[in-house]
Design a protein around this ligand. Structure first.
Ligand SMILES: [Zn+2]
Length: 414
């Protein structure tokens, strides 16, 4: 049974200062927080964070792709316990997604340095440079760089809306892209991430903390349906090959089957493109996206088969051609059970209410857990809002989470 030897109380005013200072950077009135990778707002946020890390007495360094680290060196410095999250935002984000996990790690390390001195094992807080994939389709860029998973061709192939490659953006921000491989590390022992829930379960149920058991898997597909463009008036219904009617039926049939499977399975078809797009023309080609999620790998794969078989059988019945192409693939990620137990022991020590949860959103911990033991702690999001400028977590909920993280890190590192 995991135990907690000592509790800590982080300073609420310091956490408030951290959140408000970073929240201002890149804030646009009509939109919210905008700190896209390698942009001036992103640079400014890293500069402010770096100053906070230095003031907290941490050794600050950045790697070749722009991940920023603050280290509290241990007596044994051969491996490090890492805590943090991502510094980039969704296109119009809020003041908490990602950044709160960094500030939690910073608050924890500051408190430990001041109140417990040098740890036995090294501790580091990390601001991962890119997680959201907002500017580039480069989801988990910073994380992948740390594990040597970036491929050289991505530096030129990944382009933003202005056709600037990620390599060019890195160079402009002061990170020569040809050095990307230097970001790889082999000394990470484990990873802990505090994050806002981004959903409304904790908020609605008045539970103070979420202990994440697994991050659900995400499979994304692009479906293309081909029929025949014909006159909308002159072609009888029974001989049409209407790509849209077929695609709509595929979407409904898939939805019904996922609904029958029940929670937590979810499916979304959010992007549609109908061609040629005339009011009086039978659609000849339809493309739509499928975003399918479930925390259990076997179930996820089975539901993926349901999607492709449904598309094929509808196409056959309606004389259409269909291709179902998988465009993204993130398998479910289990969080480390020993770390979960230590987080729970810590929550209990503070008298905090908690529950096990499955994360519906992807997180840096998903990538980390492929390489080292990883765990996540959720704090509530008011009204479940996230990826939204109104995203909010009261300071007492923040402080509770950071306290639990601090005591957990103490248990692991001292
Ligand atoms: Zn996030």
């Amino acid at each position: 049974m995991a135990t907690i030897d000592r509790t800590f109380h982080v300073d609420p005013a310091t956490m408030h200062l951290y959140i408000e200072s970073l929240g201002k950077i890149g804030w646009q009135d009509e939109c919210g927080a905008v700190r896209l990778a390698y942009t001036p707002a992103w640079m400014e946020a890293r500069k402010q964070l770096s100053a906070f890390m230095q003031a907290a007495g941490l050794e600050v360094r950045e790697d070749a792709v722009g991940n920023l680290f603050g280290r509290l060196r241990g007596e044994d410095d051969s491996r490090t316990i890492l805590s943090g999250s991502h510094i980039d935002t969704a296109p119009c984000g809020g003041k908490y997604d990602g950044i709160l996990g960094i500030l939690a790690g910073l608050g924890a390390l500051k408190t430990l340095r001041e109140q417990a001195g040098q740890p036995r094992r090294s501790l580091e807080v990390v601001a991962l440079c890119e997680e959201e994939g907002s500017r580039y389709h480069a989801t988990y860029w910073g994380n992948r760089a740390m594990w040597g998973m970036i491929r050289a061709e991505e530096l030129d192939a990944l382009r933003d809306a202005d056709d600037i490659s990620i390599g060019e953006a890195m160079r402009a921000a002061g990170f020569p892209p040809e050095r990307y491989h230097e970001a790889a590390r082999s000394d990470i022992a484990m990873f802990l991430e505090m994050h806002i829930e981004q959903g409304r379960i904790l908020y609605d149920e008045h539970v103070e903390l979420g202990i994440v058991e697994a991050i659900q898997g995400i499979l994304k597909f692009q479906v293309t349906v081909h029929g025949r463009a014909e006159h909308a008036g002159a072609t009888p219904m029974d001989i049409r090959r209407d790509a849209f009617q077929g695609a709509a039926q595929m979407a409904l049939d898939i939805t019904r089957q996922v609904e029958e499977r029940g929670r937590p399975a979810v499916v979304t078809m959010g992007r549609w493109d109908v061609r040629p797009g005339g009011v009086n023309v039978i659609p000849s080609e339809v493309r739509f996206s499928i975003d399918l999620r479930h925390p259990d790998e076997a179930t996820l794969r089975q539901l993926a088969r349901v999607c492709s078989e449904t598309c094929e059988s509808v196409a056959r019945r309606r004389g259409l051609e269909v291709t179902v192409e998988q465009i993204e693939n993130y398998l479910p990620a289990g969080m480390d059970t020993a770390l979960q137990q230590t987080l729970i022991a810590s929550a209990k020590t503070y008298g905090a209410s908690w529950k096990y949860m499955v994360s519906g959103a992807g997180h840096d911990s998903e990538q980390m857990s492929r390489h080292v033991p990883a765990a996540m702690l959720f704090v509530p999001s008011v009204d479940g809002l996230s990826h939204n400028p109104a995203e909010y977590t009261p300071i007492e909920d923040v402080v509770r989470g950071v306290n639990v993280l601090t005591a957990t890190l103490y248990q692991l590192a001292y």
